[in-house]
Ligand binder design. Structure first.
Ligand code: CS2
Length: 441
């Protein structure tokens, strides 16, 4: 029997107040769970942005799906009913225009913003963005969001839940830049709070579907798998009403920046380091067995001195908990899943650490090792899953020695900016590490 309101009758929200762009596994394991746990009746309209597959799985199940939590002590599954509609991308603008909607949230991954990761501005060499700007029915996330906002009068909060630096302000900047170039006016009041989102959500496997069926007694085609840990810190700056996410454990604060930088540099930076150094093993839990010590040194010696830690926060305990989460053997988080889209991830995860350490006159040795491991990945990966893959492959195809490879990749200023391209210290660190990684393989 399939999961649905008939096979598992339950109360669900009767209306939609949130439109969510990018209804992938992360949203369903994170913000949708907080929305359900807030218990104040907010329903979500999830809109797929790239692939309609989620709609195909959730619509026949009345929007229901299960969250399979895999901890070291075992697995549990619960059904979530907060998602009331699942639509495909073309519906975005009309759905945002609905005055009953007060929050538009996004998880579209770093590359979904089609921005320049080094400057945070729109990439005007992106053909899809250019076509949207000329006025066709929009295909890009920013184009669709702007079209929807322009149709509104009622105030709305736009909540970016992706791992970008200053994600709220970055998204606001992209929306404003797009409006200016496309000659579009947004008249409604908007707010773009910053958020820090955290939960590890590996891709669902066939074993996960079977395990959820065993636990629930019905087949769910929309299972998402995750760890027990979850965290959400949100800037308290809303243009209109919002769910009581704080009742579900979210933290509202005036300044998200310290949490955001800490999470991006410690969790995501370490994750990327493990993914590239550990590209020879399948799972993060295996990579951490081999590279746990260098990750610890990256966190302690390079990343930690760059952080402004929130008052009362136990940084040592946070770092120890990250290593424990990475080591969770039940999670089966593939290194390849994290390794993708490196060009979009490196700046906020590792290059900020490099910059800050260089500015202090220190040598960011471990952060440079992680970046060199990415360079090795670019050189050797059979398939490079990255929006800049062509550019990256072309850069390394002409390069011979490790020094050449470093120079060729560092000169991509969309990733490194002119400052890191021109840093002799960083270049030398990268060259030494890449030579050692090349010799070791
Ligand atoms: C990961 C993140 O895939 C990746 O790049 O580093 O998705 C990570 O699992 C989440 O940010 C954890 O909150």
């Amino acid at each position: 029997m399939r999961l649905s309101l008939t096979s598992r009758p339950r109360e669900v929200p009767s209306s939609v107040g949130i439109v969510h762009l990018g209804i992938g596994a992360f949203h369903r394991a994170h913000q949708a769970v907080y929305t359900e746990d807030a218990g104040d009746g907010w329903g979500i309209c999830g809109i797929t942005q790239r692939s309609a597959a989620v709609a195909g799985r959730l619509v026949p199940q009345d929007g229901l799906y299960s969250v399979l939590e895999r901890g070291p002590a075992g697995a549990s599954a619960r059904v979530i009913g907060a998602v009331r509609e699942v639509l495909t991308g073309d519906a975005t603008a009309d759905r945002i225009a609905d005055p009953a909607v007060r929050v538009v949230s996004l998880t579209v991954t770093e590359k979904g913003y089609r921005h320049d990761p080094a400057t945070g501005r729109l990439r005007l060499d992106d053909p899809e963005t250019c076509l949207d700007i000329t006025g066709r029915p929009p295909h890009t996330v920013i184009g669709r969001l702007v079209r929807g906002l322009a149709l509104r009068e009622a105030p709305v909060t736009v909540l970016c839940c992706d791992n970008l630096m200053s994600n709220g302000a970055t998204l606001r900047g992209l929306v404003e830049e797009y409006c200016e170039r496309a000659g579009v006016r947004v008249a409604c009041t908007t707010a773009f709070p910053a958020t820090m989102v955290d939960r590890i959500v590996p891709a669902t496997t066939a074993e996960d579907l079977d395990e959820a069926e065993r636990l629930l007694g019905v087949r769910d085609a929309g299972v998402v798998v995750t760890e027990p840990f979850t965290q959400w810190v949100i800037e308290d700056d809303f243009a209109a009403e919002r769910p009581a996410w704080d009742a579900a454990g979210a933290i509202f604060t005036g300044d998200v920046a310290p949490y955001e930088t800490m999470k991006l540099r410690l969790l995501n930076g370490s994750h990327s380091m493990l993914a590239y150094l550990g590209s020879g093993v399948e799972y993060v839990s295996e990579a951490v067995e081999v590279f746990g010590d260098v990750v610890r040194r990256y966190m302690d010696e390079d990343a930690s001195p760059t952080l402004g830690v929130p008052p009362g926060f136990d940084l040592a305990a946070y770092k120890a908990s990250l290593l424990e989460r990475f080591a969770n053997p039940a999670l089966r988080h593939r290194t390849a899943q994290i390794a993708m889209d490196g060009s979009q991830k490196l700046p906020q995860r590792l290059l900020g650490v490099v910059r800050d350490r260089l500015a202090e006159g220190a040598e960011p040795r471990w952060a440079a090792l992680a970046v060199a491991a990415w360079m090795r990945h670019v050189q050797t990966a059979r398939e490079l899953d990255d929006p800049l893959a062509d550019l990256l492959r072309m850069a390394v195809s002409r390069a011979g020695t490790p020094g050449d490879v470093v120079d060729a990749l560092l000169s991509i200023t969309d990733i490194f900016g002119p400052d890191l391209r021109d840093s002799a210290i960083f270049r030398d660190l990268l060259t030494d590490h890449l030579a050692a990684l090349t010799a070791a393989s």
